[in-house]
Design a protein around this ligand. Structure first.
Ligand SMILES: Cc1cc2nc3c(=O)[nH]c(=O)nc-3n(C[C@H](O)[C@H](O)[C@H](O)COP(=O)(O)OP(=O)(O)OC[C@H]3O[C@@H](n4cnc5c(N)ncnc54)[C@H](O)[C@@H]3O)c2cc1C
Length: 417
């Protein structure tokens, strides 16, 4: 593996960039692993990396039915924040933010984490009350978040329309300055490269068709497109397909899978300095380093496993963006796409052990799991290595849907990008 340094960059620049070696080998499966991770998104690859780095477990395979990072990791709008209402969520997402801080250095790979600030707009009295409650709760938890008047919002984000005549008038906003964006592909590639360097096998184009259990009910491995692979432990981190994979182990998950869409405009010069979200109109926007406006919407109304969505939702989102930012009315949109997100009834993740011995699950991140990537990966690795949850993910059990100890971010925000 090539180590990135100023010297290696200079050397490659001088020889026409012909000497770069592959970033990770395209592995074929071995007969047996200590841990098999289903899903090579940021969460699965990151978990493999932390298993190797922090727990010395390197006989690990990460298996994906497609190419690594081709799921939601490579399809999302990259909003990173930790200003969730409930203590459990705020701590979990803030743990992820702490890891984002040094991720580029840790992986020796620039994930382009940019703390440009996320502004969440309030358009009605309910929004104002709800976001102010979030601000207070976050500050009690040591999470940065502050309330801005509409004039302060405009100052922070000049393209914003704060006219009282607007269809969705801005009444203020909650600003988390430590929040921002990162480059999604780089996160997957950085984790893949660093995990492979520690001995992890990354096996692409190899669907896991079933989780196999032994006579005592414990996991013994996975049936894949490339044959049976024996494993002492299996961790499923398959985002929108989790319920299908878990069903093969006999576990019915409290999940629904929805398409979630995003779109980008033609590239323009830097005009948009931050990330703005509007839960009420279900639209959010930032500008990528290439100059495209990156716009996201809410989930489609129906469940589906197709990685595309309906046009009416996109039309609604674009209409809302034009109301809030009339300056963009004449922008042309370049392309749109969709991903499949898995949503739990309380809109919080499930991260932990399952009733099946040797089987672990990380899912239910819905529309907002990119921001959690390093945290979820770190905690999944801990849970698998120690066969018990870390205190931070202990509340995010599967059992909470039977015990009733919900972490009800659905009631708190109704949206979680
Ligand atoms: C349009 C859109 C916008 C979003 N915006 C944001 C945002 O702004 N901020 C944010 O925090 N989150 C956002 N999200 C959510 C976020 O992308 C996800 O929660 C997060 O990326 C999940 O990461 P993951 O590694 O768990 O899943 P993924 O990256 O989806 O990885 C799961 C992998 O499992 C593989 N897989 C599935 N089934 C099988 C099988 N049977 N066998 C083998 N492999 C399998 C898939 O191919 C996939 O590569 C958005 C999502 C979408 C779709």
């Amino acid at each position: 593996m090539t180590h990135f340094s100023a010297f290696s960059l200079l050397k490659q620049a001088l020889n026409g960039h012909k000497g770069w070696r592959e970033q990770w080998p395209d592995s074929q499966p071995k007969a047996e692993y200590d841990v098999v991770i289903v899903g090579a998104g940021g969460h699965g690859l990151g978990a493999a990396y932390y298993l190797a780095k922090e727990h010395g477990i390197t006989n690990v395979a990460v298996i994906d039915k497609g190419w690594l990072g081709g799921g939601n990791t490579g399809r999302n709008t990259t909003i990173i924040r930790s200003n969730y209402l409930y203590d459990e969520s705020a701590k979990l997402y803030d743990h992820a933010l702490d890891l984002w801080d040094n991720l580029s250095q840790d992986l020796n790979y620039n994930v382009m984490y940019s703390k440009r600030g996320v502004l969440m707009l309030a358009h009605n009295v309910h929004d104002v009350q709800s976001f102010q409650r979030h601000v207070n709760s976050n500050r009690l938890n040591g999470v940065d978040n502050r309330w801005l008047t509409k004039e302060e919002c405009k100052q922070f984000c000049p393209p914003l329309n704060i006219s009282p005549d607007a269809r969705y008038p801005v009444m203020g906003g909650a600003l988390q300055m430590r929040a921002g964006t990162a480059r999604h592909d780089a996160v997957a590639w950085g984790y893949a490269r660093a995990a492979a360097a520690r001995g992890v096998d990354i096996i692409q184009n190899c669907a896991v068709n079933a989780i196999r259990r032994g006579p005592d009910g414990a996991v013994i491995g996975v049936d894949t497109a490339k044959g049976f692979i024996r494993a002492k432990k299996v961790a499923v981190s398959a985002a929108g397909n989790t319920s299908v994979v878990m069903d093969s182990a006999g576990l019915r998950m409290p999940l629904e899978s929805f398409p979630l869409q995003a779109l980008v405009s033609e590239p323009v010069k830097p005009i948009f300095p931050c990330v703005v979200m509007s839960n009420t109109v279900h639209a959010y926007i930032s500008q990528s380093d290439k100059g495209e406006l990156v716009i996201g919407s809410g989930t489609d109304q129906y469940t589906s496993y197709s990685q595309r969505g309906g046009l009416p939702l996109i039309e609604h989102t674009v209409a809302a963006i034009c109301e809030v930012f009339p300056i963009f009315t004449r922008m042309r949109m370049l392309r749109k796409w969709g991903g499949i997100v898995d949503v739990t009834p309380d809109r919080s993740a499930i991260l932990g052990k399952t009733p099946v011995k040797g089987l672990y699950v990380n899912c239910g991140w819905g529309t907002g799991g990119f921001k959690a990537t390093p945290g979820a990966a770190h905690l999944l690795a801990w849970t698998v290595a120690k066969d018990e949850p870390h205190p931070l993910n202990a509340p995010f059990t599967l059992e909470r849907f039977t015990t009733g100890r919900l972490i009800d971010e659905a009631a708190a925000a109704a949206v979680a990008h």
